[in-house]
Design a protein around this ligand. Sequence first.
Ligand code: IMP
Length: 177
Amino acid sequence: MICFVTGNRHKYEEAKKLLSDIEMRHIPYPEIQADSLEEVAEYGIEFLRKKLDCNFFLEDSGLFISHLNGFPGVYSAYVFKTIGNDGILKLMKDAENREARFESVIAYYDGEIHLFKGICKGMIAENAMGKKGFGYDPIFIPEGEKRTFAEMESEEKNEYSHRGMAMKKFISYLSRY
Ligand code: IMP
Protein backbone atom coordinates (compact mmCIF):
# COMPACT_ATOMS: atom_id res chain seq x y z
CA MET A 1 0.00 0.00 0.00
CA ILE A 2 1.20 3.48 -0.95
CA CYS A 3 -0.02 6.76 0.59
CA PHE A 4 -1.14 9.64 -1.63
CA VAL A 5 -0.67 12.83 0.39
CA THR A 6 -3.31 15.28 -0.81
CA GLY A 7 -6.25 17.26 0.47
CA ASN A 8 -7.94 17.04 -2.93
CA ARG A 9 -10.41 14.14 -3.09
CA HIS A 10 -10.87 14.57 -6.86
CA LYS A 11 -7.14 14.03 -7.47
CA TYR A 12 -7.24 11.01 -5.21
CA GLU A 13 -10.27 9.49 -7.01
CA GLU A 14 -8.57 9.97 -10.40
CA ALA A 15 -5.35 8.34 -9.19
CA LYS A 16 -7.24 5.49 -7.49
CA LYS A 17 -8.88 4.56 -10.81
CA LEU A 18 -5.40 3.79 -12.18
CA LEU A 19 -3.67 2.48 -9.05
CA SER A 20 -6.05 0.82 -6.61
CA ASP A 21 -3.51 0.07 -3.87
CA ILE A 22 -3.36 3.63 -2.54
CA GLU A 23 -4.72 5.41 0.49
CA MET A 24 -5.43 9.13 0.85
CA ARG A 25 -3.57 10.97 3.60
CA HIS A 26 -4.53 14.57 4.21
CA ILE A 27 -1.37 15.99 5.76
CA PRO A 28 -0.88 19.66 4.90
CA TYR A 29 2.58 20.55 3.58
CA PRO A 30 4.01 23.85 2.34
CA GLU A 31 3.62 24.54 -1.38
CA ILE A 32 6.53 26.93 -1.87
CA GLN A 33 6.56 29.61 -4.52
CA ALA A 34 9.14 28.30 -6.97
CA ASP A 35 9.85 28.44 -10.70
CA SER A 36 8.94 24.84 -11.42
CA LEU A 37 6.43 22.21 -10.32
CA GLU A 38 9.37 19.86 -9.67
CA GLU A 39 10.85 22.18 -7.02
CA VAL A 40 7.46 22.54 -5.30
CA ALA A 41 6.99 18.76 -5.25
CA GLU A 42 10.52 18.00 -4.01
CA TYR A 43 10.15 20.51 -1.17
CA GLY A 44 6.90 18.80 -0.18
CA ILE A 45 8.67 15.42 -0.04
CA GLU A 46 11.48 16.80 2.14
CA PHE A 47 8.90 18.22 4.51
CA LEU A 48 6.87 15.00 4.71
CA ARG A 49 9.50 12.26 4.61
CA LYS A 50 9.93 11.95 8.38
CA LYS A 51 6.21 12.28 9.09
CA LEU A 52 5.03 9.13 7.30
CA ASP A 53 5.70 5.48 7.91
CA CYS A 54 4.71 4.32 4.39
CA ASN A 55 6.05 4.88 0.89
CA PHE A 56 4.17 7.94 -0.33
CA PHE A 57 3.66 10.35 -3.19
CA LEU A 58 2.28 13.79 -3.77
CA GLU A 59 1.30 15.58 -6.95
CA ASP A 60 1.63 19.18 -8.05
CA SER A 61 -0.02 20.52 -11.18
CA GLY A 62 -0.49 23.73 -13.09
CA LEU A 63 -2.21 25.22 -16.13
CA PHE A 64 0.09 27.05 -18.58
CA ILE A 65 -1.67 29.35 -21.09
CA SER A 66 0.31 30.44 -24.18
CA HIS A 67 -1.50 33.78 -24.70
CA LEU A 68 -0.63 34.68 -21.09
CA ASN A 69 3.04 33.61 -21.47
CA GLY A 70 2.53 30.52 -19.32
CA PHE A 71 0.42 32.17 -16.60
CA PRO A 72 -0.97 30.94 -14.19
CA GLY A 73 1.60 28.05 -14.24
CA VAL A 74 3.12 27.55 -10.80
CA TYR A 75 0.60 30.09 -9.43
CA SER A 76 -2.41 28.02 -10.59
CA ALA A 77 -3.80 27.25 -7.13
CA TYR A 78 -3.65 30.89 -6.00
CA VAL A 79 -5.12 32.18 -9.25
CA PHE A 80 -7.94 29.66 -9.09
CA LYS A 81 -8.76 30.77 -5.54
CA THR A 82 -8.69 34.46 -6.44
CA ILE A 83 -9.97 35.11 -9.99
CA GLY A 84 -11.13 31.55 -10.84
CA ASN A 85 -12.36 30.35 -14.21
CA ASP A 86 -14.35 33.55 -14.85
CA GLY A 87 -11.20 35.61 -14.36
CA ILE A 88 -9.21 33.44 -16.77
CA LEU A 89 -11.98 33.64 -19.38
CA LYS A 90 -11.94 37.44 -19.07
CA LEU A 91 -8.15 37.53 -19.55
CA MET A 92 -8.65 35.32 -22.63
CA LYS A 93 -11.42 37.47 -24.14
CA ASP A 94 -10.50 38.17 -27.80
CA ALA A 95 -7.36 35.98 -27.57
CA GLU A 96 -6.69 34.37 -30.94
CA ASN A 97 -4.25 31.84 -29.55
CA ARG A 98 -6.17 29.74 -27.01
CA GLU A 99 -3.52 27.02 -26.65
CA ALA A 100 -2.78 25.80 -23.14
CA ARG A 101 -1.30 22.81 -21.39
CA PHE A 102 -1.70 21.15 -18.06
CA GLU A 103 1.39 19.77 -16.37
CA SER A 104 1.52 17.33 -13.49
CA VAL A 105 4.51 16.23 -11.45
CA ILE A 106 4.22 13.22 -9.19
CA ALA A 107 6.94 12.95 -6.57
CA TYR A 108 7.26 9.48 -5.03
CA TYR A 109 9.35 8.70 -1.95
CA ASP A 110 10.52 5.15 -1.24
CA GLY A 111 13.76 6.08 0.51
CA GLU A 112 14.70 8.14 -2.54
CA ILE A 113 12.76 10.76 -4.50
CA HIS A 114 11.44 9.84 -7.95
CA LEU A 115 9.71 12.34 -10.24
CA PHE A 116 7.19 11.51 -12.99
CA LYS A 117 5.86 14.18 -15.30
CA GLY A 118 2.74 14.29 -17.46
CA ILE A 119 1.69 16.96 -19.96
CA CYS A 120 -1.70 17.41 -21.62
CA LYS A 121 -2.01 19.88 -24.48
CA GLY A 122 -5.30 21.56 -25.28
CA MET A 123 -7.22 24.81 -25.55
CA ILE A 124 -9.02 27.25 -23.28
CA ALA A 125 -12.75 27.07 -24.07
CA GLU A 126 -14.72 30.21 -24.97
CA ASN A 127 -17.11 29.52 -22.07
CA ALA A 128 -17.13 27.24 -19.05
CA MET A 129 -18.80 23.91 -19.89
CA GLY A 130 -19.60 20.86 -17.76
CA LYS A 131 -20.08 20.13 -14.09
CA LYS A 132 -17.76 17.17 -13.44
CA GLY A 133 -14.21 17.25 -12.16
CA PHE A 134 -12.69 20.22 -10.37
CA GLY A 135 -10.60 23.37 -10.74
CA TYR A 136 -10.01 24.48 -14.31
CA ASP A 137 -11.75 21.42 -15.80
CA PRO A 138 -14.78 23.41 -17.15
CA ILE A 139 -12.54 25.68 -19.28
CA PHE A 140 -9.97 23.16 -20.59
CA ILE A 141 -10.51 21.16 -23.81
CA PRO A 142 -7.83 18.47 -24.40
CA GLU A 143 -6.34 18.07 -27.88
CA GLY A 144 -8.50 15.92 -30.18
CA GLU A 145 -11.71 16.68 -28.25
CA LYS A 146 -14.57 19.15 -28.39
CA ARG A 147 -15.59 18.63 -24.77
CA THR A 148 -13.97 20.05 -21.67
CA PHE A 149 -12.58 17.83 -18.90
CA ALA A 150 -15.66 18.78 -16.86
CA GLU A 151 -17.85 17.05 -19.45
CA MET A 152 -15.98 13.73 -19.06
CA GLU A 153 -16.08 10.91 -16.54
CA SER A 154 -12.81 10.54 -14.64
CA GLU A 155 -11.84 7.37 -16.57
CA GLU A 156 -12.03 9.31 -19.83
CA LYS A 157 -10.22 12.32 -18.38
CA ASN A 158 -7.45 9.93 -17.27
CA GLU A 159 -6.97 8.83 -20.91
CA TYR A 160 -5.93 12.36 -21.86
CA SER A 161 -4.87 14.09 -18.70
CA HIS A 162 -1.55 15.29 -17.37
CA ARG A 163 -2.20 13.42 -14.09
CA GLY A 164 -3.20 10.26 -15.97
CA MET A 165 0.08 10.39 -17.93
CA ALA A 166 2.22 11.02 -14.82
CA MET A 167 0.38 8.20 -13.01
CA LYS A 168 1.03 5.78 -15.88
CA LYS A 169 4.77 6.54 -15.77
CA PHE A 170 4.71 6.09 -11.99
CA ILE A 171 2.86 2.75 -12.31
CA SER A 172 5.33 1.52 -14.89
CA TYR A 173 8.17 2.36 -12.45
CA LEU A 174 6.37 0.45 -9.67
CA SER A 175 5.77 -2.56 -11.89
CA ARG A 176 9.55 -3.03 -12.27
CA TYR A 177 9.66 -4.30 -8.69
P1 IMP B 1 -2.32 21.89 -7.17
O1 IMP B 1 -1.54 20.83 -7.83
O2 IMP B 1 -3.32 21.31 -6.22
O3 IMP B 1 -1.46 22.96 -6.56
O4 IMP B 1 -3.21 22.54 -8.31
C1 IMP B 1 -3.02 23.81 -8.84
C2 IMP B 1 -4.34 24.34 -9.35
O5 IMP B 1 -4.64 23.71 -10.57
C3 IMP B 1 -5.53 24.12 -8.42
O6 IMP B 1 -6.34 25.28 -8.41
C4 IMP B 1 -6.27 22.97 -9.04
O7 IMP B 1 -7.66 23.11 -8.85
C5 IMP B 1 -5.92 23.11 -10.52
N1 IMP B 1 -5.82 21.79 -11.11
C6 IMP B 1 -4.90 20.83 -10.86
N2 IMP B 1 -5.15 19.72 -11.59
C7 IMP B 1 -6.28 20.00 -12.28
C8 IMP B 1 -7.06 19.23 -13.17
O8 IMP B 1 -6.81 18.04 -13.46
N3 IMP B 1 -8.14 19.85 -13.68
C9 IMP B 1 -8.48 21.13 -13.39
N4 IMP B 1 -7.81 21.89 -12.54
C10 IMP B 1 -6.69 21.32 -11.99
